[in-house]
Design a protein around this ligand. Structure first.
Ligand SMILES: [Fe+2]
Ligand SMILES: [Fe+2]
Length: 173
């Protein structure tokens, strides 16, 4: 296993899991923004919004159910994450409205488990997915010269990266 010093250094990097069909070397690279219309961008942000709603609910459930003295610190942190996902939902809902769209009230899939470690793995999977999606979305906002939206998405991305680091640390990754 990695030496403690090496391990500490790796925690500064967000490792995005590679899709099984993609080469690992490209996994952390932001996708090149694909061309899309403003209406398509609104649709994509509505999907992000549904995932923010599911994340906030998932974190509330996990914070309550997670057990084990080794998870005391992360349990409190999950509640903080939930509040931050709520703020992200508010930001995205406002941005959709600013863009002339209607914010959806859909909730994406929620993942639960009786196993505390699996809960954290589920949370981390959600964060890595969010990081990949927001990296793509920032490129799309830039392409459409929606600079206010880009800034809002960048602020969200910073928090998602913190969430991923918290979870990786709790999982001793
Ligand atoms: Fe979020
Ligand atoms: Fe998050």
């Amino acid at each position: 296993m990695a030496k403690p010093t090496a391990k500490k250094a790796t925690r500064k990097t967000i490792r995005v899991s590679a899709p099984k069909t993609a080469p690992a070397s490209t996994a952390a690279e932001p996708k090149a923004p694909r061309k899309l219309t403003k209406a398509q961008l609104i649709d994509e942000i509505n999907k992000d919004l549904a995932k923010e709603y599911s994340a906030l609910i998932q974190y509330v459930q996990h914070a309550s159910v997670i057990t084990g003295p080794q998870y005391d610190t992360i349990s409190a942190e999950l509640t903080v994450h939930s509040s931050e996902e709520h703020q992200h939902a508010i930001t995205l809902s406002d941005q959709i409205d600013f863009l002339g769209g209607v914010p959806d009230v859909n909730v994406a899939d929620i993942h639960i488990s009786p196993d505390s470690k699996v809960m954290l793995e589920q949370d981390l999977e959600g964060e890595l997915d969010a990081i990949a999606r927001y990296r793509e979305r920032i490129g799309q906002a830039e392409m459409l010269q929606e600079y206010g939206l880009r800034r809002a998405l960048e602020d969200i991305l910073i928090i998602e990266e913190e969430h991923a680091r918290d979870l990786q640390s709790a999982l001793d990754l």
